[in-house]
Structures are given as structure tokens and as C-alpha cells.
Design a protein around this ligand. Sequence first.
Ligand SMILES: [Fe+2]
Length: 331
Amino acid sequence: MLPTTNFDPPFTLTRASHVSLSVTDLAASRDFYRDVVGLVVTEETDDAVYLRGLEEAAHHSLVLERGDEAKALRVGFRVRTDADVVAAERHFASIGLEHRRVEKPHQGPTLQFRDPVGTHLEITSSMDLVPRKMQNFDEFVSGSPQRLDHYQVVTYDVQTATDFWTGLGMRMSEYTAKDGTDELWGSWMEVKGNTHDLVFTNGHGPRLHHFAYTVPDASSLLHAADVAGALGFGQEIDRGPGRHGISNALFLYLRDPDQHRVELFTTHYQFIDLEDVPIRWDVSNPQRAQLWGMPASRRWFFEASEFPGEGLHEPLLHATPATLEEFLGVH
Ligand SMILES: [Fe+2]
């Protein structure tokens, strides 16, 4: 069923902004994101590393935290003002949604919560400012990632997730559905004016499938693949390069030393005008996933990062797109 966007939401989300991961070898993960992906290290402490993309003026868009287990700790969004954090707190209290205020280094007022399908989240209204490095071309490394763009979450209930987030003002730009129906298999939703900030796809969840950074162009994407190969991470490219039908992204997916997945991509399109309607794809249509090239491997489809303390639920919808192994007849 297609959702209805609430154009008068209880608080104003502005964009996907920061993600926190628990990693088991802090130095190895720092090296991966700095050298293989190309992010800038803003700050290191004994227990955490803060990184950002080259054009980002906010202190961090990726936080690596030292942990005993590899987990996706939470994904973060920005809201417009401090008053929006207060309004979110009031709204979540009114609907009985678990939430808590926390103090986070280099962040303004911050509120953590779980959405109705168990995604771990955080909103904040500001961060410390640092210099943008978008014209420090001499410091561009590997894929030269510019800014964090979106998250993809695996969920057992795409409809409930979609209804919750469109109720907070997100708009669906594209969706996949069981063939010939509007029974949602995946939903791509945005608040910042391109195709997505937050994606939910059908599967055992909740789990973080990936977070994504933009890169300047196709050659940056290929250079990242070459650098990954040169630094021993060639086998950790678990999909791409390729071109998604959905969102028109030229993509490359890499797994970090704990198997968290990061996407580098180019070229989403704008989705701003309110008369624009979402693009619909049958889940069995391979062009939805790749305009050209091979389908994604089982590893890409079925592996993802769990949130701490969240049990996994069987997906409500039983439909799986063809994997690379099925395409090749490998079992
Ligand atoms: Fe993505």
C-alpha cells in the first residue's frame, strides 16, 4: 500500500547525517575508512575515531567505536533546530515510543530512539564545525568521498517502516513491490531533495545493510576499486561497479574489516517537486537492481550488520530477487 507523506510533521528532519559503528579493531577500521574509502579523520580518542567526507563541514559523519562485537550502533539524522529535538521528544512520548536524551561529543542536543521496526536512531540539531576540504584536491584519496548521503536498512516489515517515516515527513521517490501489486518489498524515502535518505528492504531485520557516501565521478569510483585491490581489499568489494535502475546510482559496495558495508556512488537525481510521483518496480525486474551487469551475490543480499540487543524477525513478505548464484546456476 502506498504511504501518505505528512507535510505537517511534528518535527523537521533535514537529512541523513551520521552513522556509528562498533568495531573490533579500531586501528584497522580507521585505516580502512581513511585509506581504502578515502574519508578524512577529524579526531581520534582511545575509544573512538571520528571521520567525515571531504566536503563536509560537520565534525563527523562516521563514528567508529571500539567494541567487543561488530554492530551497527545507530544511524543519525539532522533536524532543523534545537526546538525540533524538543518537539521530537514530545511526539515520541505522546505515541509511546522509547527514547532518551544523551550527551554526545561535538553534537548539540541529541535524542536516541528506536523506530517501530527496531532501527536504532539518533537525531541532533547541530555539530561542531570543521573546515570543508572539497578544494583540497591534494588530499583526495581513493574514492574521494564527499558527503554521507543515505542508509539502507533490512526490515521484516517494510510497510510499517514506510508508514512511520512518511508520517515524519519523508517522501517516497521509488519503490519495489511484489509483482503486479503495491505490496511493498522496498521503499526509498527522502527528506533532502534527492532520491533517498533512508531505504527499507524486505528481509531478516532489523539490520543495517549499508551507509553511502557520494563520490565526484565514475573515475573516483574505479580508483577506489583499484585502491581496494592494491591494499588487499579486492575480495571485499561485494557488489559492483554497476548501475542501479532505482535512483540511477553508479555504485560500488565494500565490506570493512568487521564486514560492515559502505557504498560509494555517483549521480542520484533531484526529487523535490511535489507533483513528482514515485517510480514503481516489480521485484522480479532485474533492471530495478542493475540497469546492466550481473545480479547481486547472496553475500550482498543476505549479510548485514545487526543492531545491539535486537532480535531478528522473519520477513512478512516472502519474495526474494534472483541472486548471482541463481543467475549462474551455482548452488
Ligand atoms: Fe545505497
